[in-house]
Design a protein. Structure first.
Length: 114
């Protein structure tokens, strides 16, 4: 039997005292899920996108929506990104919490080639 791996994983860190991951380069990939560490300060993160990896703006759920796209933290568990199509085409993203993390936090992102 053979196994074909169609995805990969990226580890990103939110540094102690910071609210966000900082820029995440998804070149050629789409975010499909997140494995959260056992401890997190924030309960949700909004998703921001950028065309250059420097200037980030909030991503909305649809072109007509006023709601920001956000992901809910599920500590010590993996969650799928159920609306992954909204992220299609964005090379640069970052996850931004409402408060600073009280320790270094490593998240594992499940990504899949576009």
């Amino acid at each position: 039997m053979s196994t074909t791996i169609i995805g990969e994983y990226k580890t990103v860190t939110i540094t102690n005292g910071q609210p966000s991951t900082g820029p995440i380069d998804l070149l050629g990939n789409r975010l499909m899920g997140i494995i959260w560490p056992a401890v997190m300060t924030n309960s949700a993160f909004k998703v921001q996108v950028s065309g250059n990896g420097i200037d980030f703006v909030d991503l909305k759920t649809t072109e007509a929506a006023s709601a920001d796209l956000s992901v809910t933290v599920s500590v010590g568990e993996a969650i799928p990104i159920t609306n992954a199509a909204v992220l299609a085409g964005w090379r640069w993203i970052q996850l931004v919490g409402s408060s600073n993390e009280l320790g270094d936090r490593s998240l594992i992102l499940a990504v899949r080639p576009v």
